[in-house]
Design a protein around this ligand. Structure first.
Ligand code: PLP
Length: 291
């Protein structure tokens, strides 16, 4: 069960004017679309749980921020919000209780001046095993220093672009090494993020995550988790972290919109304890979000 909404643009000004639902099985994209031919665009993936699109405002803000970094026409949050909510409602009406909603903005067809935008919603994969048994990580060098976003902004570190081929290649490398997921490390040795997730560590009562000025995405799930954690009495912080901090942490998780919270059960083949009780509390708190 999938649902698509196309964003409509005014051909003269390129401004978004609204959306219309479209047939998810129809051909909807031109072969010269720069999103397809060059990965020249940005996207977001939000989760739909029990009828609610979660962290929608944070996803819209990040879409705007990524578009700004790529110098794309600024997406109008009102138009995108309405399209995402329409897709969420249609999925919910079809009985989808846990879904994923991906929204994409590209530079449009080559030679044109109008962007392309769409929203695609579908049922979420079953992540129960990742959420309960956990994931085995390998640490992979991303090849950029931790200050890449200051030294080389054209590398677009920290923008959620459509160019995810490297992220997929890293996951295949993890599989070759007998692991499930990846934690990228900067070339000068700092922990960054997963190809589709944010790292969270617990040291005593404190939850910490890598600083977002390291050219990584500001995770919407991690932000909601930290808001919940602060209210529940866990101090939180953003830090420069190294593999030694990961090894010394009491618990570690990868967190992201659709999978939510997956405990880390091994790093580089070394098994580590998972905090099953806290993982369950985290996932329950995230599931209970209504916005
Ligand atoms: N980092 C990267 C590179 C990602 O692709 C994602 C999500 O896909 C995240 C972090 C986690 O972000 P969020 O919690 O907003 O899904």
């Amino acid at each position: 069960m999938s649902v698509v909404a196309l964003i409509e643009f005014d051909p003269a000004s390129g401004a978004a004017t609204g959306h219309r639902l479209a047939d998810a099985d129809a051909a909807l994209l031109r072969v010269t679309d720069l999103g397809a031919t060059r990965g020249d665009g940005v996207f977001e993936t939000a989760s739909l749980v029990h009828g609610h699109v979660q962290a929608l405002e944070a996803h819209l803000e990040r879409l705007v921020q990524s578009a700004r970094m790529l110098e794309l026409p600024q997406p109008d949050p009102a138009v995108w919000r309405a399209a995402v909510l329409a897709v969420g409602d249609a999925l919910t009406a079809e009985g989808v209780d846990e879904g994923s909603i991906k929204f994409v903005l590209t530079r449009g067809v080559e030679g044109g001046s109008v962007p392309t935008g769409w929203v695609f919603g579908t049922a979420a994969p079953d992540f129960t095993a990742d959420r309960t048994s956990g994931v085995r990580l390998v640490l992979l060098d991303r090849g950029f220093r931790h200050d890449v976003s200051q030294t080389s902004p054209w590398l677009l570190a920290g923008a959620k672009t459509l160019s995810y081929a490297m992220n997929r290649a890293a996951l295949r490398e993890a599989a070759r090494r007998g692991a499930d997921d990846v934690l990228f490390v900067s070339s000068d040795g700092y922990l960054l993020e997963g190809p589709t997730s944010t790292l969270v560590l617990r040291t005593g009562p404190r939850l910490i995550t890598p600083r977002v000025d390291l050219g990584i995405l500001a995770g919407t799930t991690q932000a909601d988790l930290f808001a919940w954690a602060e209210a529940a009495g866990f101090p939180t912080g953003y830090e420069l972290l190294t593999p030694a901090d990961l090894a010394a942490a009491d618990a570690a998780w990868l967190v992201s919109s659709v999978r939510h919270v997956a405990p880390v059960r091994a790093v580089e083949g070394v098994e580590r304890a998972i905090d099953a009780e806290l993982t369950e509390r985290f996932n329950e708190a995230l599931d209970a979000r209504t916005a």
